[in-house]
Design a protein around this ligand. Structure first.
Ligand SMILES: [Zn+2]
Length: 306
């Protein structure tokens, strides 16, 4: 891609709406994090662990890196790093997912971690970065565990005096079929779908998403690296150019282009826009994707001018 086009994408104001804090830890920070807990790790080892071709490999790496998130100071460290990464790409607003279900599983106090996260992010507000937080319950942990996440979210939201309230969103149709997306929309009344690329197999579902203006948070590089794209397309040799993003977009489905776990997928938001360009999207379509990322934010106070 020519340098001027890359610069255009970098300078475009962007919002990031599907981003897991725990998936943003680059190798140097991973080493600092493990060292805090007495474990020596090299960047080469992190690269090795961050190299996988399927979902199981990704989950193993996710479990490994998050096992070093033990104290509020660990969360502060990775939040600080994330904020620098976002500003460097002119991402001025982000809704960041926290694995609160995992914190509770490890007997941590989410309130203490969250307070450290907010403190770390505070200084970046004056540099033009607004962050909001999504508390994530892990489906496989069951309903009781999910309720504990809701309680923690309420405590933290009230403590932070946030006016944001709670919204509903869910990962669906990433590796599962289109029926998972339909259930999330019709039974759970979710407001945005994490991934949802399986919808491409069901034209009536695409119409439903387009009519109700329910966006899919599409993360192409993640889909490639976890094997989700290969699974949806039912073949093993897939490339970014095979991603259904253009088809979804041109069907009128609202799309929010996102990174998911950028450090773990060797990507960033500018990289996702470059990938979208490789899929044949025009400059105008890329600009409208950036605008859509703000249009579907849950708690945006001001929209940048384009
Ligand atoms: Zn995700």
């Amino acid at each position: 891609m020519p340098a001027d086009e890359r610069n255009f994408l970098r300078e475009l104001p962007k919002a990031e709406l599907h981003l897991h804090l725990e998936g943003t830890i680059h190798s140097a920070t991973v080493c600092a994090l493990t060292a805090r807990h007495g474990v020596r790790t090299t960047e080469e080892e992190v690269h090795r662990r961050y190299n996988y071709t399927d979902f199981v490999g990704f989950l193993d790496a996710f479990k490994w890196v998050t096992s070093f998130l033990r104290e509020p100071a660990d969360y502060a460290l990775i939040t600080h790093d994330l904020c620098e990464q976002l500003l460097e790409q002119n991402v001025v607003y982000a809704e960041v997912t926290l694995s609160v279900g995992v914190m509770l599983l490890r007997n941590q106090r989410p309130e203490a971690n969250f307070a450290a996260i907010l403190r770390a992010a505070e200084e970046f507000a004056s540099r033009g970065l607004s962050l909001r937080w999504i508390f994530d319950a892990v489906r496989q942990f069951g309903a009781e565990a999910a309720l504990r996440v809701v309680r923690a979210a309420k405590n933290c939201v009230y403590e932070a005096a946030s006016a944001a309230g709670l919204h509903r969103l869910m990962h669906a149709g990433e590796v599962g079929g289109p029926e998972k997306v339909r259930e999330a929309v019709e039974l759970l009344h979710i407001e945005r779908v994490g991934h949802g690329i399986a919808a491409v197999h069901d034209p009536a579902l695409l119409d439903l998403l387009a009519d109700r203006r329910i966006p899919l948070e599409v993360c192409p590089v993640s889909n490639l690296r976890t094997g989700a794209l290969a699974r949806q397309l039912r073949r093993s040799d897939v490339a970014l150019e095979d991603h259904p993003l253009p088809q979804l977009l041109r069907h009128g489905v609202p799309i929010v282009l996102s990174t998911d776990d950028p450090a773990m997928f060797h990507t960033d938001l500018v990289g996702e826009y470059i990938a979208a360009r490789q899929m044949g999207l025009s400059e105008g379509e890329l600009r409208s994707l950036a605008q859509a990322s703000f249009a579907h934010a849950f708690d945006l106070r001001s929209v940048p001018s384009f």
